[in-house]
Design a protein around this ligand. Structure first.
Ligand code: RAT
Ligand code: ZN
Length: 415
């Protein structure tokens, strides 16, 4: 029987309901099993996650280069020793590792890395995938699929096996952010494109996009953008967006996802861990949403300072779906702040979180941490309503949660 909801049990009821819903994770860097070595899992991958590498390097005088010159197992041991043996894993990425171990039934107090290695080595991959999907209660995850990644494309061309739990998204960073290099690559794939964006090239880029959207059954096209992203700077990027990406997304009726505010390579020696954040201008987004009312935009912004503007912009344009607490925003205190604000101004018409996982088991920790915070935020809002005599039922909470953790996305994708 369903529990009667009141102000005393609202936290528990909300948390239980959130923990029972099957989530759609709308942006990850995970791959399905057929992508073989691109499917990252296990202790070495978890410990060399770039979020952890950046952090571990702060405690040592080792050169970045020397770190990256080591084999992956040595890098993992190095990070383990610094962040988990010599220090307390208090940061969000480090705490994540502890959450993963605990959820998998491991002894979180063991300091010998080989104990964890043995556990992961003993896993049969296909069963393990089922297990992690079940622990983290996921319906499906959306991958990040780059048509110009040669290794990845080989799989799409030769050995792709569809797994309904892994959906695709066509990632356009190379096409949009480095056309000078990518046009020759696209040309090699058989599309007659030139560096100058004349009409025949525009048509060929559209053809290229359509072919890959179809081949991957991409749910949306996506790009990450720098803080100075502009739509009126006469850039190649703005031209390709307006002349190719938007018409194609419209034709295929799929959203264009913009992830705005990343400053790439602030410290190139840190490789993937060397990117940073800066407040971006909201105007290009206002322009896109108003000029292209029949296009759908899925948007997340990286800087905390941009969150209010983004929320307000979503109130102005219903073709804008705000999603996730991205990357440096994915920590409990920031998720709490941002989610409160979004609920206060958008009700439940947004997507509170995506995981951005690169390593498979991160699904467990990233979702566990986020769900806990979001449940508390929601419960407090329900409690406020109840204090005015408003009745909140289980069904109502369940409906809200289903929308936030999946249906809002699917309805936006397939109206
Ligand atoms: O969160 C990350 O792992 C970042 O390195 C980026 O990949 C970012 O999420 C992106 O999609 O560009
Ligand atoms: Zn990402």
């Amino acid at each position: 029987m369903k529990e009667v909801v009141n102000r005393q049990n609202i936290n528990k009821v909300t948390e239980d309901l959130i923990n029972s819903v099957y989530i759609t994770d709308i942006h990850t860097h995970l791959f399905s099993q057929c992508f073989e070595s691109m499917f990252l899992y296990g202790i070495e991958e978890l410990l060399t996650y770039h979020y952890l590498v950046a952090e571990a390097m702060r405690y040592t005088d080792m050169d970045y280069k020397n770190f990256y010159d080591m084999d992956k197992d040595k890098q993992a041991e190095f990070v383990w020793n610094i962040l988990f043996v010599k220090n307390t894993p208090l940061s969000e990425p480090a705490k994540s590792i502890i959450t993963i171990f605990n959820s998998l039934g491991l002894d979180v107090n063991v300091k010998d890395i080989n104990y964890f290695r043995k556990f992961f080595e003993s896993k049969k991959l296909s069963d393990y995938i089922d297990q992690v999907f079940e622990i983290s209660k996921l319906k499906c995850v959306v991958m990040t699929n780059d048509p110009l990644d040669d290794d990845e494309r080989k799989v799409w061309d030769n050995s792709y096996v569809k797994d309904e739990r892994f959906k695709a998204a066509l990632r356009l960073d190379r096409v949009l952010n480095s056309w000078e290099e990518s046009f020759t690559h696209i040309k090699k794939l058989g599309y007659n494109v030139e560096k100058d964006l004349l009409e025949p090239t525009i048509e060929e880029i559209k053809k290229f996009l359509i072919d890959y959207i179809d081949r991957m059954e991409a749910l949306y096209c996506a790009v990450s953008l720098p803080p100075d992203f502009s739509m009126n700077d006469g850039s190649v990027r703005a031209k390709i967006i307006e002349n190719c990406v938007l018409p194609v997304c419209r034709e295929k009726n799929i959203p264009f996802a913009l992830m705005i505010g990343v400053k790439r390579g602030v410290n190139p020696a840190l490789k993937l861990a060397g990117d940073s954040v800066k407040r971006a201008d909201i105007e290009p987004l206002e322009y896109l949403c108003s000029e292209y009312p029949y296009n759908k935009f899925l948007v997340t912004m990286l800087s905390l300072e941009n969150q209010q503007e983004l929320t307000v912009t979503a109130r102005k344009f219903k073709n804008l779906m705000v999603f996730g607490c991205w990357w440096f925003l994915n920590s409990p205190s920031l998720i709490e702040f941002v989610t409160n604000m979004r609920i206060e101004w958008l009700g439940t018409s947004f997507i509170p979180q995506h995981s951005d996982c690169r390593v498979f088991e991160q699904l467990i920790s990233k979702w566990k941490h986020s769900k806990k915070v979001i449940a508390n935020v929601l419960a407090t809002k329900y409690s406020d309503l109840m204090s005015e005599g408003y009745e909140i039922s289980n069904d109502r909470i369940e409906r809200d949660i289903n929308n936030l953790f999946g249906e809002n996305f699917w309805k936006f994708i397939e109206p």
